[in-house]
Design a protein around this ligand. Structure first.
Ligand SMILES: Cc1ncc(COP(=O)(O)O)c(C=O)c1O
Length: 394
């Protein structure tokens, strides 16, 4: 089975995981600031916890938070649980990102923050167009899936930038999240709030976390991966790991008050050393898909970018389910990372209409992008997709 994606876990990561005597707090923060070109960096239990803490620290409550309708639903959960209301925007119809305009902003009452999202490592549509909003409104950039963009972000625009270090993210520490800011005042506000509210994780929870993370080292090994897939597809036992769409949005999550775990920071220090190489590999794989598929599927030239360090390879097809099964029968694993429009899932039941987001959600599968792939394996996926196209249009 060709895995869709997995964290790059080398022996050095395993040693870092085991080395409980290694102090990584300071090297990790310094390494993050350096690599991501930021004045300050703070760690959290997850990316969503970072966003939750930002909103709480600034006393943003009962406000509207402007956000794309097509992203990970855990982000909007954090908004709801912070006591605010997500106001959703449709995608712009030519990318996986929503374009936030002055006109859109002016229509929202009680605006507390704007979350700009760069999905899948593709960034050209997401940056704000150099305009200022009211200084009481926070501008937050969610680069969870596009961490390579953080260092080159437009300076002095965003109040905060968040990334996720989750298992299947482009910068993975087997969990955790980071918040960056360049503004002294923001750092003061956020660090003060965190100092006052932070809690220790209980020992049973800590051991559970360490044990599950140990399993990641095994489950993603090429020799074991077929078994992981078998468990996933035949039993559904790992469904909650692969999809978070059924979470309870109204129950505050205890994880918001916990720090990233020491073993994750140790792995992070190690991952930082190889991150440029891993991003280069993602660019290389993305470019191979681009050149292999963009002639046959013209939309790719608009929606994708060449030379982008993709987190996922987002492929749209009107017969998505059939294509996914066809690829699976050919030992190619894909996934549907976000196959929903957030306001339309049960927890939200928004009456709004999001046709561009729905179009993407109904057609998307994510093609394999793992660092074990070579030119031959990408070309094989491209060939099988073309074969599917020929058989189904014949
Ligand atoms: C675009 C995006 N932002 C934020 C997050 C939240 O990250 P975390 O799972 O670390 O809370 C995710 C998670 O998948 C995501 O895809």
């Amino acid at each position: 089975m060709l895995p869709v994606l997995y964290p790059h876990l080398a022996w050095s990561d395993f040693l870092a995981f085991l080395n409980v005597f290694k102090q990584s707090e300071v090297p990790f923060i310094e390494g993050l600031k350096n690599k991501f070109q930021s004045r300050y960096a703070m760690t959290f239990y997850s990316g969503r916890a970072g966003l939750y803490n930002i909103l709480k620290a600034h006393g943003i409550k009962n406000k509207s938070i402007l956000i794309t309708s097509y992203t990970c639903c855990v982000v909007t959960e954090a908004i709801v649980q912070s006591g605010n209301k997500p106001v959703f925007i449709d995608l712009n119809g030519e990318s996986f990102n929503a374009k936030i305009t002055k006109e859109l902003i002016s229509k929202v009452t009680d605006l507390g923050a704007i979350v700009v999202t760069n999905l899948y490592g593709i960034t050209q549509f997401a940056d704000l167009e150099g305009f200022q909003v009211n200084k009481d409104v926070l501008l937050i950039l969610d680069d969870a899936l596009s961490p390579a963009h953080v260092a080159s972000r437009p300076k002095d625009v965003y109040d905060y930038v968040t990334i996720s270090c989750g298992v299947r993210k482009p910068f993975s520490c087997l969990g955790g999240g980071v918040v960056f800011t360049d503004k002294d005042a923001n750092y003061e506000i956020l660090s003060k709030y965190v100092k006052e509210t932070r809690k220790q994780i209980s020992y049973p929870e800590k051991f559970k976390k360490i044990f599950l993370s140990f399993l990641f080292f095994i489950a993603f090994q090429p020799a074991v991966y077929s078994l992981t897939c078998l468990i996933r597809y035949k039993t559904g036992l790992l469904n909650s790991f692969f999809s978070e769409r059924y979470n309870e949005i109204h129950k505050e999550s205890p994880e918001y008050f916990v720090d990233m775990q020491p073993f994750q920071k140790r792995i992070g220090v190690n991952q930082l050393k190889k991150i440029d190489k891993l991003w280069a590999k993602r660019r290389e794989i993305g470019n191979l898909y681009f050149s292999g598929l963009s002639q046959e599927f013209a939309w790719i030239k608009t929606y994708w970018n060449s030379d982008a360090p993709y987190s996922h390879v987002p492929f749209l097809h009107p017969q998505r389910d059939k294509l996914q099964n066809y690829l699976l029968r050919n030992q190619i694993e894909t996934e549907r990372y976000f196959d929903y429009v957030i306001p339309e899932i049960a927890q939200y039941q928004d009456k709004g209409d999001y046709p561009n987001a729905r179009n993407v959600a109904q057609k998307i599968i994510n093609l394999p992008i793992n660092v074990g792939m070579n030119e031959g394996s990408v070309r094989h996926v491209v060939e099988i997709i073309k074969q599917f196209e020929t058989e189904h249009h014949a």
